[in-house]
Design a protein around this ligand. Sequence first.
Ligand code: HEC
Ligand code: HEC
Length: 303
Amino acid sequence: MTTTTTRRWLKRIALALLILIALAAAALFAGDRLAGHKMQRKLDIAVKPVPFREDAAALERGRYLFASRGCVDCHGAQGNGRTFVDDGKGLRIAGPNISPGPGSVVAGYTPEDWVRAIRHGVGRNGRVLMVMPSEDYNRFTDEDLASLVAYVRKLEPAAGGAAVLDLPLPMRAFYGFGLMHDAASKIDHTLAPAQPVPDGVTVAHGAYVANMCLGCHGAKLAGGKIPGGPPDWPEAARLTPGEGTAMTRYADAEAFARMFKTGMRPDGTPIKVMPFGSLGQMNDTDVKALYLYLKGLPASPEG
Ligand code: HEC
Ligand code: HEC
C-alpha cells in the first residue's frame, strides 16, 4: 500500500468512528428524552380500596411485613427514607419518606392511593413509580396490605424527603427504549387480589412468600441479570431445578434458614446483593414454606 492509500483509509476509519460516536450520542439523547416521557406517563388504574385498620393484630402483622419484605431496605426502619444503592459512579437510589413526618410523600394518602402504590407501582395522580418493586407486592392479600398500611401510618413521624432516582445516562436510555421496565409495566393490573392461604409450612404459603423474590430472581425464579442493577452486581441465582441451580447447596430447610440469617452459603462465602437486613427477619414458617415451594418448582430454562 502506498502512503496516500493508507492515509485515505485512515481518514475513512476516522470518519466512520465519528459517525458511530455521533449516532451513539444521538441514541443516548433520544433514549434520555424517551425515559423522561416514560417517567412522566400517567396510568389510570381503578382499584378497590382496602379500608384502613388500626387494631393490634394488623399493626403487629404490618410490623413484621415492613421489616421482612424489603420496605426497610429502601425506606429505612423509621420509614423516612434510606439509600439503597450508591455505586459512586452515578447510580444512586433512595426511597422517599413514607412516615407521617415532615416531607412525607404519603401525606393525605387515601386507601385507594395505598393500593395503587403498593400493588400497582402507581403513585398519586397516576404517575408511575420507577424503582419501587411493586411487582413483588402485587400479590399481597387484602389482609396483609391492610396490615402493612396500618403499621406505616402509625410510624413515629420522622423528617425526610422525596426519593433519589439518579440513573446514569445509558441506564436512562435503556429504560427509554424499553429494555428496562418499571414495575407498573410488568404487573397484570387486571388480576384480582390474591386469596389468603393459611400460614404454615406448605407449598401454597411458600408460593405466597416467594412473590417477593420475583423482582430480582425473575418471574419464573430462574435467575439472571437483575434489570436496572449496577453492572458489578452478580446475576441473581437460579432457584428452579436444573443446571447451575443454587438450591442443591441446601440439603434441608435448616441449611436454607441459616443462609437467610447469616447471609452466607453453607461453605461460608458471603452472598452479594440479597437484602439480608430484611430477609433475615423472615420467621421460620415463612422460610421453611419457601424452601418447600422452591424445591418443588418445575425445571425451566435459565432466565
Ligand atoms: C428497592 C427499593 C424499594 C423497596 C424494597 C420498597 N420501596 Fe417503596 N419506594 C421506593 C422508591 C425509590 C420510591 C419512589 C418512587 C419511585 O420508585 O419512583 C418508593 C415509593 C413508595 C411509596 C410512595 C409512592 C408515591 O406516591 O410516591 C410508598 C407508599 C411505598 N414506596 C411503600 C413501600 C412499602 C410498603 C414497601 C414494602 C412492602 C416498599 N415501599 C418497598 C423504593 C422501594
Ligand atoms: C435485591 C435483589 C434480590 C432479592 C429481593 C432476592 N435475591 Fe436472592 N439473590 C440475589 C442475587 C444477586 C444473588 C446472587 C448472589 C451472588 O452470586 O453472590 C442471589 C442469590 C440467591 C440464592 C443463592 C445463594 C447461593 O447459595 O449461592 C438463593 C437461594 C436466593 N438468592 C434466594 C432468594 C429468595 C428465596 C428470595 C426471596 C425471599 C430472594 N433470594 C430475594 C438477589 C436477590
